[in-house]
Design a protein around this ligand. Structure first.
Ligand code: GLU
Length: 307
């Protein structure tokens, strides 16, 4: 298969779509990102990489970080984690408060904001303080990327905290139900820092490789998750990775994937490759508009999906 040619064809056909949708404007630092940018990068299990567009340009991975913290929390807590967060699609927007109220403070899944906040809170409990937890999260992301330079953007994290009322409200609501262990301010601020991690499409596609290979990095041979944990992480990505558009995404693309409001999407083809796509303009569900189309075109052209 000529992956490079396929990626270049996709880039060409996706160009007119880049002006559609709008960048996330509820985080002021993200509102400034130029719309018409695009990158797509695939990394095969042997490390071979094919890329097109602004592949080395760093972007805010935002909710894609939830996949990595979920992995860490599963490593630590195993099944116990599910006492605090479920694995059912929410059918609701990523930052919705409504469901949380009538479901007694137990978020539907680890990829909506409430669920990701619980996961970060659980890591802070385990590592005893928020600085250590953040350091462990960063170390994990550096390890899976095999790149010690990965870091977060202070300005984006600060900007999100300034307008973080809704996430703070989610955490306080969970605390009122007894499903939040640490200081709300500290946990939410750690969550914003993890969301503010910046990576290029090339780096992100490298980072996802362990999920395409049963939890083991095929290059460094380090184990980041067990086979059964990897099955579960990918399953939750497929069913919950795109908020209330998860069904539609699975229908069109047919891959486990996680989006972020920075316009990135990480998608996994088990036993074949990890894919990262970035196009900052979002559709009405908060998922990358052109990124979703690019992935659909990729699975259609290559015939590679999990179905
Ligand atoms: N940091 C963002 C928030 O909590 C993440 C949302 C996303 O990427 O979908 O609102």
């Amino acid at each position: 298969m000529n992956y490079q040619e396929i990626l270049e064809d996709i880039y060409k056909s996706i160009k007119p779509e880049l002006k559609r949708g709008k960048v996330a404007d509820y985080i002021p630092a993200l509102a400034r990102v130029k719309k018409e940018q695009f990158a797509m990068s695939i990394t095969l299990l042997d490390g071979t990489n094919y890329s097109v567009g602004d592949v080395d340009k760093k972007f805010s991975i935002q909710s894609i970080s939830k996949v990595f913290t979920f992995t860490k929390a599963l490593n630590i807590y195993s099944k116990e984690l599910y006492k605090r967060v479920g694995v059912e699609p929410s059918g609701n927007p990523f930052n919705s408060l409504v469901q949380l109220e009538y479901e007694n403070g137990i978020p539907r899944n680890p990829f909506i904001n409430a669920g990701a906040l619980v996961v970060t809170d659980s890591l802070i409990s385990y590592y005893k303080d928020e600085y250590r937890a953040l350091e462990k999260i960063l170390t994990f992301v550096r390890d899976i990327s095999n790149n010690s330079s990965i870091d977060f953007d202070e300005e984006v994290a600060k900007s999100e905290l300034e307008y973080g009322d809704r996430n703070l409200a989610l955490a306080y609501l969970m605390k009122s139900f007894g499903n939040f262990e640490n200081s709300v301010e500290k946990s939410v601020s750690t969550y914003f820092k993890q969301c503010a991690i910046t990576m290029s499409a090339k780096e992100l596609s490298r980072a996802g490789l362990y999920l395409a290979n049963g939890g083991v990095d095929p290059i460094t041979k380090k184990e980041f998750a067990t086979l059964s944990q990897t099955k579960r992480i990918n399953a939750v990505m497929l069913t919950c990775g795109h908020y209330d558009a998860s069904g539609e995404f699975a229908y069109h693309v047919g891959l486990p994937a996680k989006s972020g409001v920075g316009g990135g999407i990480l998608a996994i083809i088990p036993n074949v490759m990890s894919i990262a796509v970035w196009a900052p303009s979002l559709n009405r569900y908060g998922n990358s508009h052109a990124g979703t189309l690019a992935l659909e075109e990729f699975t259609t052209k290559t015939g590679l999906s999990i179905f």
